[in-house]
Ligand binder design. Sequence first.
Ligand code: IPE
Ligand code: IPE
Ligand code: MG
Length: 240
Amino acid sequence: MENIGKVPVHVSIIMDGNGRWAGERGLDRSAGHIEGVESVRACTEAAVEYGVKYLSLYAFSEENWGRPKGEVSSLMSLMFKSMLGELQNFMDNGIRFMVLGHRDRLDSSLNEAIDACMEKTASNSRLTLIIFLSYSGKWDIMQAARRYAEDVLRHPDKADELLEMEPDGFSRYLVTAGIPDPDLIIRTSGEMRLSNYLLWQAAYSELLFSDVLWPDFRKREFAEALEAYSKRDRRYGKVK
Ligand code: IPE
Ligand code: IPE
Ligand code: MG
């Protein structure tokens, strides 16, 4: 393990390119998703080793529901199986597991398994591994705004205070409440867009685009991304 200068607290990855990885090998797209799970495992291990505290992964967007039914159901069952298969590993390595997103759209059996896994790992504190599932940034901001409006209506005595709230206060309505914003967002496969990911939370994230397809993105690539991050100069709009 190399020594990396400034380690990000929260690394987030838009895991892209599974389909192309499979296509290059004449395989079905699902083979790419299956191989991608190995990259999740490798990057999780690397995150623990480098002392990253939060690793979040964009696994399935709200827009991804529009993919062919077969692909959606194979992705959901892969999620189910991988999560249960990794539970012991989460316990052994102090990993707190979370799934964030529009959970109402998931099957109740998957939701129950997710809740059980989240509860079991809730007090682990070495690394928080967050899977964004059925997530979109616009949905997150909308659900936050809805709950904010409900609070204003329900608590007229606190309405003035709520309406003067700063952005940090509003962040508490997002599904990422309590989780620091990502320091580094990596997108694999050469695409250079956010695809409706963490729109609010990415305000000051460092962005890193890698040409490597997700199933090929392993420890070495993760370490290189951390290395690149350590050389970035974050100014937050100020003059240094
Ligand atoms: C990322 O790989 C996984 C998901 C979005 C679920 P893709 O399935 O998008 O792979 P490409 O982009 O078609 O290669
Ligand atoms: C973004 O990848 C979503 C995830 C990685 C889960 P997509 O493959 O769905 O994004 P687009 O369609 O290329 O923007
Ligand atoms: Mg893609």
